[in-house]
Design a binder for this molecule. Sequence first.
Ligand code: COA
Length: 176
Amino acid sequence: MSIVISPLTKDDFPTLIEWAEDEKILLQWAGPYFKYPLTNAQLAEYLAPTRHKDPVRFAFRALDEADLMVGMAELNVVDRTNETATLCRIFVDKNRRGRGLADSIIKQVISYGFDILKLNRIDLKVFTYNSTAIKCYEKLGFVREGMMRKVCKFNNEYWDCYVYSMLGNEWEARRK
Ligand SMILES: CC(C)(COP(=O)(O)OP(=O)(O)OC[C@H]1O[C@@H](n2cnc3c(N)ncnc32)[C@H](O)[C@@H]1OP(=O)(O)O)[C@@H](O)C(=O)NCCC(=O)NCCS
């Protein structure tokens, strides 16, 4: 299955809204940035910075061979001085999971970060209970830096998150 990433557009909003089917999945996927239920207005505001000059946000959709949207991912807080960015809002359509799509999407997005944007470091945060996502990141070579305790509150439960990163030279070494 060949998956190709391209910039997210407003035509993709209905799919994103469908994917954000409950409050927990929206929080797990996108952090507290969006409020449930996800709306076109929130997404339009989210997408606006991607059109700025030297954007700090790059939002990607992933299309399959039939041009169906199967996932998304983002590079955010792109800092050209320190050559850093944060990988976030990774999602794969729940009917298409477990087939390596996240792996393919993330590889393309980090390649964009290191090769096109010339970054030196890409980090990410993941809730500690999200073992599927953690498995993906570790398989790709992200290195766990530590844990942030009780960063998020959901239904009277506090969630911890791990911080992971990958450096440009680690990406280069993995590619060989
Ligand atoms: C996390 C997510 C993007 C992974 O997508 P995916 O396309 O299914 O991922 P992949 O198929 O590339 O890899 C999944 C890996 O996790 C493994 N896995 C699946 N369920 C697992 C579980 N409960 N515990 C541990 N590993 C698990 C799979 O076996 C696979 O590993 P393998 O390639 O060695 O077999 C997807 O589950 C998703 O969209 N989740 C909801 C949103 C989310 O949590 N995003 C991450 C925010 S940080």
